[in-house]
Write a protein that binds this ligand. Structure first.
Ligand code: SF4
Length: 203
């Protein structure tokens, strides 16, 4: 699969994600997913990871008037906002990759985003464009690394990958790859929704 799934693939993926314990929805477009997330987040405290997907679909402006509070992470920050986000009712992020086996892969520099998806907020929503769907875990890890390289370039990090376009498994002070998470199934005590959108979203 080269990142865009057909109907049959999406059906299979939906069934597999349900088997992993997630609440799954496939959305035709970002307008629909924004409408649904706005409904779910009403009167809730909501934390966010830094996410190009969330920015692209205009979600923040849409839910700000009805949510109880929003905690928005800025790249490189690791302060009170990020700690409040971990204690919020709900956390919203995307993923670097989603495999057809249902594995959700993320690479994080600070750890706030992956931390929140493991334990903290009682509800987590992933919003994932169909371009992030790949065949298996190896491809998902590869895609996540490619995304990290793009992210390092976007934020002008002083890392080898920004200079060469390839990962050299660095330990630079500005390395964006501190933690890699693989969610194989829904963790205990957390309700996780996986919203797949039939659009190209995010990096
Ligand atoms: S480990 Fe270092 S070189 Fe590799 S992608 Fe991450 S920041 Fe770039």
């Amino acid at each position: 699969m080269k990142g865009m799934a057909d109907m049959e693939d999406l059906g299979k993926l939906e069934r597999q994600l349900a088997k992993c314990g997630y609440s799954v929805r496939i959305f035709e477009n970002s307008t629909q997913v924004v409408r649904e997330v706005s409904r779910i987040t009403k009167a809730k405290k909501v934390g966010f990871g830094s996410s190009q997907t969330v920015a692209e679909i205009g979600l923040i402006d849409e839910i700000r008037p009805s949510a109880a509070a929003l905690f928005l992470h800025e790249p490189g920050q690791a302060g009170e906002i990020e700690r409040n986000a971990l204690a919020s009712d709900m956390y919203i992020t995307s993923a670097n990759a989603l495999s057809m086996n249902g594995e959700i892969v993320n690479i994080d520099g600070t750890g706030n985003r992956v931390g929140a998806t493991c334990f903290g907020p009682r509800e987590v929503i992933y919003i994932i464009g169909e371009n992030k769907i790949v065949d298996n875990l190896d491809s998902a890890l590869h895609r996540a690394k490619e995304t990290a390289i793009k992210l390092a370039a976007k934020h002008k990090r002083n890392t080898p990958c920004v200079r060469t376009g390839r990962c050299s498994h660095c330990y630079s002070a500005e390395c964006v790859c501190s933690i890699t998470t693989i969610h194989r199934k829904q963790p205990f005590g957390v309700k996780v929704r996986v919203f797949v959108v039939k659009e190209h979203l995010g990096l």
